[in-house]
Each structure stands twice: as C-alpha cells, then as structure tokens.
Design a protein around this ligand. Structure first.
Ligand SMILES: [Zn+2]
Length: 132
C-alpha cells in the first residue's frame, strides 16, 4: 500500500472486505505515484496469495484531491472489468432481495455521494461498498 493516504487505505480495505466474501485467498495491492504535479497514478494488482499480481495489474489516473468514493468506484470497475479471473463464471455479487425474479448482479455506482453496490433492477437494493 505504498504511498497511500489513510483515506485511500480505507478505500482499499472496503474493497478488500467485499472481495473476501467471494475469495478468501486472494490479495490486493495498490500503489500511488504523483506525476505532473497533480495527477495521481494508482497501480492496482490483484491475485492469489503468493502470486499477488496473478489476476493482473492495471493503472488508473486521477486528479489530486479526488473523492475517496469515486476512487472506490474506479478501482472496483477495473477489478470487475479487467482483473477478474477468466475462469470465474460464478455471478458475484448477487442481489438477494428478489431471487424469485432472477439473478441480478450488483454494480458499483455512486449514490448520494457514496460508493455503493447497486441493483440494476431496484436502486433500493443497495449496499455500501465495504459492507457485503
Ligand atoms: Zn435487487
């Protein structure tokens, strides 16, 4: 977690908490570098314990002074889109509020300025990132 502020570390811990509801033996690491005076470059690695970048590594760029919840969403989107293991086809995270109406996958999204997992069917079905 090299170079992260306390607030940025909290972002990573919230994501880590939720991913652990699916994967017990995985690891996440985030490093930050400052370029051009005001651009923050976050390098995100996710993988199995013992092979911490095994799922891959991506970088995202943010303006300095970013909102931690916006960072949370950006990191989650990268993990779900680009770092998820190809062989994992189990849907996650599933909205449990309406199982009889079919599976709905929660999506990371901002709601009232906070990072949530949101159900695409009903915005009332949501959970703060870090509370899955
Ligand atoms: Zn739902």
């Amino acid at each position: 977690m090299h170079g992260l502020t306390a607030e940025e570390k909290k972002v990573v811990l919230r994501i880590d908490h939720d991913l652990q509801t699916k994967y017990r033996d995985y690891g996440i690491s985030v490093e930050k570098t400052l370029v051009d005076g005001n651009q923050l470059v976050f390098t995100l690695s996710v993988g199995d314990i013992g092979n911490p970048a095994g799922w891959g590594t991506v970088t995202i760029v943010f303006e300095d002074g970013l909102d931690p919840d916006a960072l949370t969403i950006a990191l989650l989107e990268e993990i779900l889109s680009n770092l998820w293991p190809d062989d994992d086809i189990d849907p996650w995270p599933v909205c449990r509020s309406h199982p009889e109406q079919g599976l709905q996958l929660l999506q990371p999204a901002m709601y009232s300025g906070k990072a949530y997992w949101m159900c695409p069917r009903d915005s009332g079905h949501r959970a703060l990132v870090g509370t899955l």
